[in-house]
Design a protein around this ligand. Sequence first.
Ligand code: GNR
Ligand code: NI
Length: 163
Amino acid sequence: MSIMKILKYPDPRLRTVAEVVTKFDKSLDNLSKDMLETMYAENGIGLAATQVDFHIRLVVIDISEERDEPLIFVNPIVKVLDNKSLVPCEEGCLSIPGASVEVTRPDKIQLNWLDVKGNEHEDNPQGLLAVCIQHEIDHLQGKLLVDYLSPLKRARLKSKATK
Ligand code: GNR
Ligand code: NI
């Protein structure tokens, strides 16, 4: 187990589009464990492989208070079930320390994913889990919280991040 280095905005590697996982081997298991350890060490509720410079569709999440409910999502796919049920949330990101951005996302979604063994799963998460999985899938697509800001606010945040 080891704690990994998290890429920070505006590192261009955060813009990489992740590839679908096809090998369900020990290295996938090891990487997901290292990502969970890294997420816990940084007090995050989620982490995408993109953020630790692995460009595969792998996400870890733990939204529990006790920090004892680790979730691993391989090849997650979200389908919006209701375009009208949108919920705003103040989101943070371990790759953009100090930033807080209000993002409005669908709250009624269907989530399909694989576990580290390659078995299929489906669920309809709501609330914080729905927010977090959509935030992580954004990372897998190279999308960041700053992309939801107005150009002026984004420019201000970038100059703060690079100063
Ligand atoms: O730790 C995190 N908190 C958070 C709060 C609201 C919405 C999304 C998140 S995810 C973030 C960790 C992170 O950067 N994951 O990519
Ligand atoms: Ni993030």
